[in-house]
Write a protein that binds this ligand. Structure first.
Ligand SMILES: Cc1cc2nc3c(=O)[nH]c(=O)nc-3n(C[C@H](O)[C@H](O)[C@H](O)COP(=O)(O)O)c2cc1C
Length: 186
């Protein structure tokens, strides 16, 4: 077993080491407006109901649309559209129609008004389950009320954000530790 030598590390950069999961595109709609933003800070919070916590900054146009509509769709993009995903996170729906600017195809959902993005591997239709942390942390707790997941490929190449413009693409998959795993564990 390797024992790692460590150096002092700035605490504000901890997020660069504790990367939480794949980058997603959050789509929203309210009244006559639809929008999409890039999001890296999310956390699965419960199996059933299927709760996901999302940090959506108050300065983002999406924040207001989601706060008012109490709905969104969490879309999972893959590495082939990474350039669009980054660009979507670098402009605001207050200034630009991102669906037409980035050639995304909006598809109607079955439970929410926010559009599903057809170019994404998975679409999770969400309703706001708990707004208690919105004012304090900009964290919306959503319940996924309908999930659409592509049947192929089995393991998508997802994009992961390590901060400061560094990205990682999901790689090797293995079941070699499965026999050590206790059924019922997360
Ligand atoms: C890789 C990446 C990850 C991001 N993660 C988040 C996030 O977790 N939460 C957030 O509020 N903004 C995040 N952003 C910034 C928003 O995507 C950005 O402010 C976006 O332009 C907001 O769009 P809107 O004003 O149309 O809502 C991220 C941007 C990038 C490029």
């Amino acid at each position: 077993m390797t024992k790692y030598r460590k150096a002092d590390f700035p605490v504000h950069d901890v997020r660069r080491v504790l990367e939480p999961g794949p980058i997603v595109l959050v789509s929203s709609a309210h009244k006559d407006q639809a929008n999409v933003m890039t999001m890296g800070w999310h956390m699965v919070m419960e199996f059933s109901p299927a709760l996901v916590g999302c940090l959506i900054s108050a300065g983002n146009h999406s924040h207001d649309l989601i706060r008012n509509s109490r709905q969104c769709v969490i879309n999972l993009p893959t590495a082939d559209i990474a350039d669009k995903v980054v660009k979507i996170g670098n402009c605001s729906g207050a200034d630009v129609d991102k669906f037409s600017e980035f050639g995304l195809t909006p598809k109607p959902g079955t439970h929410v008004r926010a559009p599903l993005i057809d170019e994404c591997y998975a679409n999770f239709e969400c309703e706001l389950a708990d707004a208690a942390w919105v004012n304090r942390y900009n964290v919306f707790v959503f319940e996924v009320v309908k999930a659409h997941v592509a049947t192929r490929p089995k393991l998508p190449k997802t994009i992961h954000y390590r901060g400061d413009g560094e990205f990682m693409i999901s790689g090797d998959e293995t079941k070699k530790w499965r026999r050590l795993f206790r059924p019922g564990m997360l």
